[in-house]
Design a protein around this ligand. Structure first.
Ligand code: AMP
Ligand code: MG
Length: 537
């Protein structure tokens, strides 16, 4: 007998859909696509808006492979029609999710998928479920006052960064395709009264589930414990099947796992220098995946107070160094929402406490790996890491280059301060700042690090190999995305595709591509879109 899992689709029409979310959870009975408050339902059925002339700019071959789509399928006209939102495949059941969230620390009520439309869940040959979701596919009942669309600028950023993060080993939603809609979309990029038309685009995102903390919060806020429980049980059954049948014990293990995976996700962000930019609870995945690539940015010079998001400029709530604390705050809000299905608060409180210890242990072992140490030794390494994070901020230091170059540190003469630092010199934006106390403090750190490495006894070569597998050479530097966007807006999509290819191998040397591993060029220091981004997208 043929089951969904034994079909090898290759072509689009054969993609096997198994839509658990719409089949098992309560639907909004209203099928009209009007903006409204939706009560007692997890989603509303809605179709993507038909667009003028969908054109594929790029697609991820790996994501296509996960879904079992052939190259021919991805390069067909039908692919553009489907992932531009103009055509539904047999078995699709498009819908927008209902969720709420805390935005910048305040409860914002119902938000929901205002411009994301889930097409359905593909059950691939391995039996895994992957939800396909179009972002920018037109209004839904949750669009509130906005248009449901996305522009090319933000879509390039989402498409490239989700794939780059995956290849860096950071838990993330994926992206299958980037499609121009052929429509113009009006945006006021900096909310300063200078609105202009930009090309519209649609990203097809792919993840085992797009459920967010806010999906649970909305029912708690409405005292709708029944729907809350249905969603909790559904999530455990489908997204956490290894935890067993829903029960009080299972709920406790479930929340603990959410705390653990969230801690690990944030530790990865800190490892690679990623700033999410908008860690609202509606942007927190229940699976601990990085989700919703908006005004994110990559640390260039290491600055724990940096955020790319101009909308957050005054409080800097979502600055780099605050991400672990904010994730904890968000988990606390989720715990509050889940109280309605727990018999008491103790298991939630315990898991929240565990978050901090688990985060600490995870980041410590990641830092030890970044430093090429066999393992984290608290007696020596706490101080070494603390001092490192301070010397990185003494002068303007490129985080990615610094760690990548650190594997070469063993070969220098340790007596002279300047010699001591010579393997790292590519990392400094203003080498003239390296004088006096700053120079000697950084050199002293290098000496203590060298001593620690010598004690560890790993050979230079194997330490370098290990370090180069966790310290990327290539990340999506903010200016690189800007260059790709500018070309793409002129109709030349080659750089988008070149960067997609580059970022598939972030830890490899990739001869010929070194320009992308260099410091941010000076012109990008203050250029909008490079260091400053808003939520407008
Ligand atoms: P974000 O800040 O992108 O996570 O979005 C917060 C909320 O606003 C979510 O409910 C989004 O779906 C919604 N939203 C953002 N941009 C748009 C848009 N252009 N049209 C409709 N809804 C949007
Ligand atoms: Mg969002």
């Amino acid at each position: 007998m043929s089951t969904a899992s034994s079909i090898s689709p290759g072509s689009l029409n054969d993609l096997p859909f198994d839509n658990r979310f719409t089949r098992e959870l309560p639907a909004d009975p209203n099928l009209v696509n009007s903006r409204r408050q939706v009560q007692g339902a997890c989603y509303s059925r809605v179709l993507p808006t038909v667009v003028a002339s969908p054109q594929i700019i790029a697609y991820s071959a790996e994501v296509a492979e996960i879904l079992g789509l052939s190259r021919e399928a991805c390069e067909s006209e039908q692919f553009a029609a489907v992932f531009g939102g103009n055509q539904q495949l047999p078995g699709m059941d498009p819908f927008a999710m209902c969720y709420g969230g805390h935005q910048f620390g305040n409860w914002a009520g119902q938000l929901g998928d205002g411009r994301a439309i889930n097409l359905g869940e593909v059950r691939n040959q391995q039996g895994q479920h992957w939800t396909l979701q179009l972002k920018g596919a037109g209004p839904t009942p949750y669009s509130r006052t906005a248009d449901g669309l996305a522009v090319l600028r933000s879509s390039v950023r989402e498409f490239l960064c989700s794939e780059a993060m995956y290849h860096l080993g950071v838990p993330t939603t994926r992206a299958l395709s980037l499609t121009l809609s052929g429509e113009k979309v009006m945006r006021d990029m900096f909310y300063d009264g200078n609105a202009a038309y930009e090309p519209g685009a649609i990203v097809c995102r792919v993840a085992p589930s797009f459920t967010r903390f806010g999906n649970f919060q909305i029912f708690a806020a409405r005292n709708d414990d029944e729907t809350l429980r249905r969603l909790v049980d559904f999530t455990i059954k489908n997204d956490f099947p290894h935890l067993g049948e829903p029960s009080q014990e299972t709920y406790a293990r479930w929340f603990e796992e959410i705390c653990r995976t969230t801690a690990e996700m944030v530790a990865h962000w800190m490892r690679v220098g990623f700033v999410h930019g908008v860690m609202n609870t509606d942007n927190m995945s229940i699976l601990g995946l990085t989700i919703d690539y908006g005004p994110y940015g990559w640390l260039e010079d290491y600055d724990s107070t940096w955020t790319p998001n101009t909308t957050d400029a005054s409080g800097r709530r979502y600055r780099f160094g605050n991400q672990p604390t904010v994730a904890h705050w968000n988990l606390y809000q989720l715990a509050n929402a889940l109280l309605g299905v727990f018999d008491g608060p103790e298991p939630l409180e315990q898991a929240l406490e565990m978050y901090s210890t688990h985060y600490e242990a995870t980041i410590q072992s990641m830092m030890a790996e970044k430093l090429g140490l066999k393992e984290f030794e608290p007696t020596t390494d706490k101080d070494i890491i603390k001092e490192l994070l301070e010397v990185l901020q003494l002068v303007e230091t490129d985080m990615t280059i610094f760690f990548r170059q650190l594997s070469n540190i063993g070969i220098v003469n340790a007596d002279d301060d300047a010699d001591c630092l010579s393997p790292l010199k590519a990392a400094w934006y203003k080498p003239e700042q390296l004088i006096g106390d700053k120079l000697s403090r950084i050199a002293n750190w290098v000496r203590s690090y060298r001593n620690r490495v010598q004690q560890d006894g790993t050979t230079e070569e194997s330490r370098a190999t290990k370090m180069n597998s966790v310290n990327p050479k290539y990340v999506l530097r903010n200016y690189m995305a800007v260059l790709a966007i500018e070309k793409s807006e002129q109709g030349d999509h080659s750089l988008v595709n070149e960067l997609l290819e580059l970022l598939r191998h972030p830890y490899d040397e990739q001869p010929g591509k070194e320009e992308f591993a260099e410091k941010r060029p000076e012109w990008a220091r203050t250029r909008p879109g490079c260091s400053m981004l808003s939520c407008s997208s």
